[in-house]
Design a protein around this ligand. Structure first.
Ligand code: ASP
Length: 354
């Protein structure tokens, strides 16, 4: 056996151990100590393929989880990665069935002591919604991190590989334990409740506006500065294990002179409504008349990004204030709330607590 063959063999034998060692060669702690991270892939631009070098006109959800990992060989130094392909779609095609499958899968895998945390690859369009849904329904303290990319895998300077690398580092870190569901994007860590998509084109599209990031990632170093104060994960009342659907909630966007018959129509086809009101959750007298007479739950949010609606802002007595939840997140909380109790008192309490 030549010396080269011996070295290669030693290298092959050493690889799994290298991935499992808790320290780097220079004695620094590795994030997660090389424990197991499960990457659950759902599609989106991070898995998108198009014309070489271009950022638009690509097919989202074209690469598998395994193919995404090939672009980041350095991940082997952070953790042992298992993959689950949940679906491979544009995130606008994510459904409640996919949400339930994803949350149930995480709850099942979280019982395995070898699993350290989870990374979900997801399109950016609805990432904030899946993040908030999981924040309310997964029953584990283990880190659950969503990520994606604004540029497809085939573009120049694709942002997916770095976002994926940083997400695995966060999911493997002790700092992220018990922090609720997180979103990692462009070097920053966000809480699921406050994160949102703010741009249709640039690589810092995912942000949290006024509320900001709760941490940063620099290469493999995870720095978390704040903990979410609202109820999440293990502390929520929601149990989705036996559900196959969620109550229907429609979101109505108010604009000047908007037709009140839209409200009547939506109410007739929904179990609850969310109003994206103007300013502090306001709408016209015509809308007040219709909304004030509804007998299904109505939550009032704002069409403004930095919207905070309190009880004092409400124009109709039968409505509930969304607090600082965006209309799309208020709809998720309302859908889950309706699986427990539809009374106004209960909803008022819940929208303050979550
Ligand atoms: N349309 C894509 C999606 O949400 C956009 C992206 O991932 O950035 O799946």
């Amino acid at each position: 056996m030549t010396i080269i063959m011996i070295l290669v063999l030693c290298g092959i034998m050493f690889l799994p151990f290298a991935a499992a060692r808790a320290e780097t060669a220079d004695g620094h702690a590795k994030p997660g100590g090389g424990r197991k991270i499960v990457v659950l892939a759902t599609g989106g631009t991070i898995a998108g393929v198009g014309e070489e070098g271009k950022t638009a006109g690509y097919t989202p959800g074209a690469l598998t989880a395994e193919e995404l990992l090939l672009a980041v060989p350095k991940l082997a130094q952070v953790a042992q990665i298992d993959t689950v392909q949940i679906c491979n779609v544009n995130s606008d095609d994510i459904t409640v069935e996919i949400w339930l499958a994803l949350a149930n899968k995480i709850n099942e895998l979280a019982r395995d002591p070898a699993v350290r945390g989870f990374v979900i690859t997801h399109g950016t369009d609805t990432m904030e919604e899946t993040a908030y849904f999981l924040n309310l329904t997964v029953k584990t303290d283990k880190p659950v991190v969503l990520t994606g990319s604004m540029r497809p895998a085939t573009s120049i300077s694709a942002d997916g590989p770095m976002n994926l690398y940083q997400s695995v580092c966060v999911a493997a870190s002790d700092e992220a334990v018990g922090k609720g569901v997180l979103v990692v994007f462009s070097d920053r860590i966000y809480s699921a409740r406050t994160v949102s998509k703010y741009s249709t084109y640039n690589v810092t599209a995912i942000s949290a506006g006024e509320r900001g990031a709760i941490g940063v990632v620099r290469d493999g170093t995870v720095l978390l500065y704040e903990s979410p104060s609202k109820t999440h994960t293990t502390q929520t009342v929601f149990d989705i294990s036996a559900l196959s659907a969620l109550p229907r909630v429609s979101i109505l966007y108010f604009s000047l002179d908007a037709d009140p018959s839209l409200v009547r129509f939506a109410a007739g086809h929904s179990d609850g409504l969310v109003i994206a009101g103007a300013g502090a959750g306001e709408f016209s007298r015509k809308w007040i008349e219709v909304i004030g007479g509804l007998s299904i739950p109505v939550v009032v949010s704002s069409r403004i990004d930095d919207g905070v609606i309190t009880k004092e802002n409400l124009l109709c007595k039968n409505t509930v204030a969304a607090n600082s939840l965006s209309p799309q997140k208020a709809a998720i909380l309302l859908r889950l709330a309706l699986t427990v109790d539809a009374s106004q008192e209960y909803l008022e309490e819940l929208f303050l607590q979550y």
